[in-house]
Design a protein around this ligand. Structure first.
Ligand code: TUI
Length: 315
């Protein structure tokens, strides 16, 4: 049985967060992950506050266990969503794509744990100072909006820079990844791509199929020229976008071209023209299974690996 400080901090059995993926992590997935003993997280993305409230209620109707909401800080609805978080007394929030500093005080006042995703040591240091409860250090192996540093160099550098618990994200798909994250000093992991293939994940089956078929080199990062690099499975859309970036099409035009593409993939199932955000571990996702099975497999695998490693030590 593996338990870490993170389990006590947020009241979960297993140190596994499910990434709060936009247009992907609905209340259905979050409820299943939380009920199975991890932390399920609703991905609010650019959805309006009413949608977020509905998904929160869905989780509350399904499980009494803790859950979270991810707030994408580039969303135009951040302030309204923060109000919903406060009204609904959401136990945990994670944030992405920005600095949540100005909201921390108000959330801490109501006892919500604030756990931002960071991709650099500088932001980790700044956020520790404003009083966040923990940090998710996300390497550029992740799907979606990414930083510049890989998980292996990022996680220990952030751990050395702060005193609060750090959760590793990016490139983690099984028990070996959890064991490796614990070896780096992390208190747990966040996984996104593998949970996209959970039974309870409501995205289009076509996206799940594309992940199952993916190989190790099938993701690409586009959007460096817009300042918002995004990792997706390669398709017609990423190839067109990359070509336009090489031709130095202005950022504003590219941003317009990208609008609505994530929904197009995840909801409509258009895996050619949509943005199929996925991590580099897509090639390691082998089947569609219940969220509870994913958690069981990761925990069993980590325990097996840690025991094997302990045996390498000769006294
Ligand atoms: O946020 C994510 N992943 C995401 S957000 C998203 S929705 C989106 N769609 C189109 C374009 C952009 C986003 C899809 N995937 N992960 C957490 C994360 N945050 N990764 C990197 C960052 C980050 C980057 C820069 C956090 C802070 C930051 O700078 C803030 C500052 O003030 O220094």
């Amino acid at each position: 049985m593996i338990r870490t400080k993170l389990c006590d901090l947020v009241g979960i059995e297993y140190p596994i967060f499910q990434g709060g993926m936009a247009w992907t992590a609905t209340g259905d997935l979050a409820a299943a992950v939380s009920e199975a003993g991890g932390l399920g997280i609703i991905g609010s993305g650019q959805a309006p506050a009413d949608w977020v409230r509905r998904e929160i209620r869905k989780v509350k109707d399904t499980t009494a266990k803790p859950f979270g909401v991810n707030i994408m800080l580039m969303s135009p609805y951040v302030d309204e969503i923060m109000h919903v978080i406060v009204e609904e007394r959401v136990p945990v929030i994670t944030t992405g794509a920005g600095n949540p500093g100005k909201y921390v005080g108000m959330l801490k006042e109501i006892g919500t744990k604030v756990i931002p995703v960071v991709a650099s040591v500088a932001l980790a240091r700044r956020l520790e100072k404003v009083g966040v409860d923990a940090l998710i250090a996300e390497g550029m192996e992740s799907g979606g909006h990414v930083g510049e540093i890989s998980t292996l160099p990022l996680v220990p550098q952030i751990i050395d820079a702060v005193k609060i618990p750090v959760i590793a994200a990016g490139g983690i798909v099984d028990g070996r990844g959890l064991a490796a994250a614990l070896a780096l000093g992390a208190e747990g992991v966040q996984m996104g791509t593998r949970f996209m293939c959970a039974d309870e994940c409501t995205i289009s089956p076509k996206v799940k199929e594309m992940i199952l078929k993916a190989k190790d080199r099938d993701t690409a990062v586009t959007g460096h020229s817009t300042g918002h690099p995004v990792r997706c499975l390669e398709n017609k859309f990423t190839r067109e976008f990359s070509r336009m970036e090489r031709e130095q099409v202005p950022a504003a035009e590219l941003e317009k071209l990208g609008a609505g593409r994530l929904r197009l993939a995840m909801v409509e199932g258009d895996t050619e023209n949509g943005s199929v955000m996925s991590g580099q571990v897509a090639g390691a996702v082998k089947k569609i299974e219940p969220a509870a099975e994913i958690i069981r497999d990761v925990m069993e695998g980590a325990e097996r690996e840690l025991k094997r490693l302990a045996q390498l030590i000769s006294s």
